[in-house]
Design a protein around this ligand. Structure first.
Ligand SMILES: O=C(O)[C@H](O)COP(=O)(O)O
Length: 225
């Protein structure tokens, strides 16, 4: 049996301001820092030891991971960062207030943008792409202009198959610190949730979810710490 723990980053400034974030690289709030410390404390109390940690290339996940590692006194662990664990790209919704979009486009449309598996949010204008070197040099040549959860799922899976799953199969416990939608995609995969069923799954900031996996990586236990 191996253990996989997944944690959504602590509250970010965009979460606090209720704005769409996606690939925007926003920091944690003080509340987010406290949530990350609390997550680390719960993991310490649970006595879990990890062999590696995986994050996105966005600071809210990286900082949360480092706070957790500090709390559990495992800062020395190998830490892998990949754009494949980035939040789903919210396209042209990025930076807009979620309540304001409900007012402008209606609740049903917003719910579909936020929770449907297949709906792609409005595309970002190509002139607004960041062209940040973390994406041009180490990641996809072209940053997405928006992603559905399905598109995010499809770019996360190669990382799971090539990097995370082999380590778990070798008996090494893994910690993934990522984002609401990235983790919803992983939860969908691990728990065989249908395309329609995933719209009801929410992931709270800074609450570790622990999976116990058998030797074929089937889920044999799950709890929230
Ligand atoms: O990208 C965002 O805005 C958040 O991280 C997640 O947003 P959601 O709750 O709309 O999926």
């Amino acid at each position: 049996m191996t253990e996989l723990v997944i944690v959504r980053h602590g509250e970010s400034t965009a979460n606090r301001d209720n704005t769409y974030t996606g690939w925007s690289d926003v920091p944690l709030t003080d509340v987010g820092v406290a949530q990350a410390q609390h997550a680390g404390k719960r993991l310490r109390e649970a006595g879990i030891t990890f062999d590696a940690v995986h994050t996105s290339v966005l600071k809210r996940a990286i900082v949360t991971a480092n706070i957790i590692l500090n709390e559990i006194d495992q800062l020395w662990l190998p830490e892998y960062k990949t754009w494949r664990l980035n939040e789903r790209h919210y396209g042209a919704l990025r930076g807009q207030n979620k309540d304001e979009t409900r007012r402008l486009y209606g609740k049903a449309q917003v719910q579909q943008w936020r929770r449907s598996f297949y709906t792609v949010p409005p595309l970002l204008d190509p002139s607004e792409l960041s062209n940040d070197r973390r994406y041009t040099k180490y990641g996809p040549a072209v940053e997405p202009r928006a992603e559905s959860l399905k598109m995010a799922y499809d770019r996360i899976m190669p990382y799971w198959i090539d990097v995370v799953a082999p380590q778990l199969l070798a008996g090494h416990n893994q910690l993934i610190v990522a984002h609401g939608s990235t983790l919803r995609a992983l939860i969908k995969y691990l728990e065989h949730i249908s395309d329609a069923g995933i719209d009801g799954v929410e992931v709270a900031n800074g609450v570790p979810i622990r999976y116990r996996l058998d030797d074929q990586l089937r889920v044999i236990g799950k709890d929230e710490l």
